[in-house]
Design a protein around this ligand. Structure first.
Ligand SMILES: *Cc1c(COP(=O)(O)O)cnc(C)c1O
Length: 403
């Protein structure tokens, strides 16, 4: 296993034929500097002990593994939840944002730059910036700014500068372009922080490494609770960071099946889902190679999911390689199934999950019925507070409670 992390990715950032770095030369130079810094700094005793201390005292780690007894008794299987919803700020994203910001500090950077779509990455990064006393600049499409008002307010409260992007469709894609060009204006003092295991090398590797804590903790906790390894591990896949975080700990467990769950949205028609691994083909997006939902010209297809954190037409390169190697099985859950899981977990266990995480729960509920004696470890990537207004407005508070 040690060898796996040394060899994946290779020195050019490739996981098999996926990943790499396909970007303009000016940006490549900066990525090379980040790569070199990461390789040396992240191995240092100071860096490791500071990150450990942050995880424990600021983030509240380790997050627990919880046996969902009511749900399990009802469905048949044994469902365990890795509670990333209890990580500070309510999701796993802070794990890599704290790592990226710590690296920035050691590199002597003064400003963190990123784009955000729904605002989750922006909030996590603004939190990390506040912790380290770094400046933070979050680029966000004007359309998204209007849609995601509470997260915009959070970022501002945390001291971030939210830059509205007014070009094109005024959403995520334009925000990426805007953030990249702001970064290139001052690469000496600033660093670009990517929000998942995507983008050019070294980000898919770096973000994976920072998320590995989830799997390392969960494996130990699950063993302590049950005396065995889980039969199944389930996580939702958007860009793929929370799933890589938990999967990496189980890659060498022959008897554990790993399931990545993608959103099949409203239907499997183009533009109505974002099930990249299940229905995409290898292609190029944002400077790296991966499975991609694309048209005949190789341009990304429009995508959709009820969970805004899952609607990306690409996916992490390491997932792409793991799929080809048959190490991870990719499945889907629809909007409807995710909603049912959202209501069910809230009512039966007292845990309101993020809509993204509800996709993993939905698939786990299906699996529990099919394999009644087996255990399932689900990565509950985040809490649902951010989704409740949207859900209640559109779907209500769930089925009537009977007297
Ligand atoms: C952003 C987000 C995801 C999707 O991102 P990954 O990189 O695939 O993990 C999943 N769950 C939550 C709660 C998120 O905020």
């Amino acid at each position: 296993m040690r060898d796996y992390f040394k060899q994946q990715p290779d020195t050019k950032g490739f996981f098999g034929s996926y990943g790499g770095s396909f970007i303009p030369e000016a940006l490549q130079k900066e990525m090379d500097k980040i790569t070199d810094a990461y390789y040396s700094i992240s191995k240092s005793h100071h860096f490791i002990s500071e990150l450990r201390s942050i995880r424990k005292h600021f983030q509240g780690r380790p997050t627990p593994v919880y046996y969902a007894r009511t749900l399990s008794d009802e469905l048949g299987g044994r469902i365990y939840l890795k509670r990333e919803d209890l990580n500070h700020t309510g999701a796993h994203k802070l794990n890599h944002c704290m790592g990226e910001a710590l690296l920035a500090k050691y590199m002597g950077k003064k400003k963190l730059i990123a784009e955000t779509g729904a605002g989750q990455h922006g909030v996590a990064l603004a939190t990390a910036a506040a912790y380290f006393g770094l400046e933070c600049e979050i680029h966000m499409g004007e359309v998204d700014i209007r849609k995601e008002h509470p997260n915009v307010i959070r970022m501002k409260l945390l001291g971030a500068n939210v830059v509205p992007v007014t070009s094109g469709l005024k959403t995520l894609k334009e925000a990426v372009d805007s953030a990249f060009s702001a970064y290139l204006e001052d690469p000496v003092n600033s660093i670009y922080c990517i929000g998942s295991v995507v983008g050019p090398h070294p980000f898919p590797m770096m973000v994976r490494d920072f998320q590995r804590v989830v799997g390392i903790e969960a494996k130990e906790q699950f063993f302590e609770m049950t005396g065995e390894m889980p039969d199944n591990v389930v996580a939702c896949v958007g860009g793929g960071s929370n799933s890589m975080g938990i999967f990496t700990a189980f890659l060498d467990e022959e008897d554990t099946t790993l399931y990545g769950v993608e959103p099949s949205g409203r239907s499997l028609q183009k533009g109505e889902h974002a099930a990249t691994m299940c229905y995409g083909k290898p292609g190029l997006i944002h400077g790296f190679k991966c499975y991609l939902l694309q048209n005949d010209k190789g341009e990304p297809d429009p995508v959709y999911s009820i969970a805004s954190g899952l609607d990306y037409p690409g996916v992490g390169p390491e997932h792409s390689a793991l799929k080809d190697a048959g190490k991870v099985v990719y499945e889907t859950a629809s909007d409807k199934e995710a909603l049912t899981a959202f209501y069910t977990l809230s009512r039966k266990e007292g845990i309101i999950p993020a809509l993204e995480s509800a996709h993993a729960v939905a698939f786990a509920m299906k699996l529990a019925k099919q394999e009644p004696r087996k255990s399932i470890l689900v990565n509950l990537s985040g809490r649902g507070d951010k989704d409740i207004d949207f859900i209640v407005e559109n779907y209500g508070t769930g089925p009537e409670v009977k007297a």
